[in-house]
Design a protein around this ligand. Structure first.
Ligand code: LRH
Ligand code: MN
Ligand code: MN
Length: 390
């Protein structure tokens, strides 16, 4: 089955691929219009972690779970970490949340009122406390800040206050901890957003210090944006901290990564590999940031990590020597053919064999369907409140 030329050679790099799953993907989620409940949805963060552990058990690809504070608020994070370990996973990135509090109507870290900024900074310091308790490396900050109308806010003043607030948060980080700043071009604000693009995130994190990085969420760009170019540039500059993977047809759709445009995912992974982000010493984190509104959540997550693995395998198969030769010779279509040959390679049988060699089920989607886990949670998780993603 592994008769794809060069497949054996890519195994060590494939082995290194780890994709963090978000706790919120296991809760009920929806659009602005309706949140459809699904039987078996977790009623606690502990149940979310148990579900995430199933994804890892069946794929070997998802060893950690990202938390969102306060959605995943508990009294004892060390105990939560032990709960995760007992399920064979660990707690990962801590995501802050300054977008669900009335005080933040006109901003949080950028607010004109120092008291509101202080409250938002303190929230982030509490997130760092959580990281201390769980051993997490990354604090991920996405800000829902901006304005809706020209003249509503002083763009420059907000940028200056953002720099000050981020510095106060950065100062609190431990030696091994990082701050990762996520950008998004619009929504919930529609005229301007305070961290709309990689350039702004890069400018802000560069001013902080070496342990401040950019997070690239694949759904946070204008349609038509060449995302792999941004990946290349951030890797080149040494500031790509992490990915939030998902896919989109229109805006920030948060659909299964690789579902809308597998070729884009391939192109991104090709730049990831070219830039060394899959090398043994890479610190780039790969995460999902998705919602499963109409599909079952656990198989939705399994499908997602498998999609990333498939496109990674195809990108690893890219014949870099042939590509370089074509590029140097100005052989436009030759280079494109080498690129497309890798993209068009069906790696699924080889990956199934690769999994079997490692004691994993060859077909994780099938294994989940046959495991009875979905029926079990649908029957046992009655009573209590099923969690929504917020
Ligand atoms: C914002 C975002 C960010 C949040 C998550 C729930 O759109 O991508 O990463 O933390 O969604
Ligand atoms: Mn995100
Ligand atoms: Mn998003």
């Amino acid at each position: 089955m592994t008769d794809i030329p060069g497949f054996a050679a890519i195994a060590p790099q494939l082995e290194r691929l780890a994709i963090e799953v978000p706790s919120w993907a296991y809760g009920n989620s929806g659009t602005r219009f309706k949140v459809f409940g699904t039987p078996g949805t977790p009623r606690s963060i502990e149940e979310k972690i148990a579900d995430a552990a199933v994804v890892h058990r069946l794929t070997g690809l998802a060893p950690s779970v990202a938390l969102h504070i306060p959605w995943d608020l508990v009294d004892d994070y060390a105990a939560l970490g032990e709960h995760a370990a007992s399920h064979g996973v660990r707690l990962g990135t801590v995501n802050s949340n300054t977008f669900q509090d009335d005080d933040y109507k006109f901003g949080a870290l950028t607010h004109v009122d120092a008291k509101v900024r202080r409250k938002a900074i303190d929230h982030h310091l509490e997130c760092v406390d959580v990281m201390d308790a769980t051993g997490a490396r990354d604090l991920k900050i996405w800000l829902a800040e901006g304005s809706n109308y020209p003249g509503q806010a002083d763009l420059r003043g907000r940028q200056d206050r953002l720099a000050e607030s981020l510095a106060a948060i950065y100062d609190r980080l431990g030696e091994e901890q990082r701050l990762v700043l996520e950008y998004k071009f619009f929504e919930p604000a529609f005229y301007h957003t305070d961290v709309p693009d990689w350039g702004t995130s890069y400018a802000q994190v560069s001013a902080l210090g070496e342990r401040a990085m950019v997070c690239l969420d694949t759904g946070h760009h204008a349609p038509g944006t060449n995302i792999e170019f941004i990946v290349m540039q951030l890797l080149r500059l040494g500031r790509l901290g992490s990915f939030d993977f998902n896919s989109r047809f229109y805006a920030d759709d948060d659909l299964i990564v690789g579902a809308a445009d597998p070729f884009q995912l391939f192109r991104i992974m090709a730049e990831v590999i070219r830039g060394g982000a899959l090398d043994a010493d890479s610190e780039v984190a790969f995460m999902l940031d998705q919602c499963h509104n109409v599909e079952d959540k656990i198989p939705g997550q399994i499908r997602s990590v498998l999609n990333v693995q498939e496109m990674t395998a195809r990108a690893l198969l890219l014949d870099r020597d042939a590509l370089a030769a074509a590029e140097e010779a100005g052989d436009v279509l030759g280079g494109n053919e080498v690129f497309m040959d890798a993209f068009q390679t069906d790696v699924r049988p080889a990956l199934a064999a690769w999994r079997e060699e490692r004691g994993l089920p060859p077909h994780p989607m099938r294994a989940y369907a046959e495991s009875g886990y979905q029926q079990e949670i649908e029957e046992s998780r009655v009573g209590g409140t099923q969690l929504s993603w917020t």
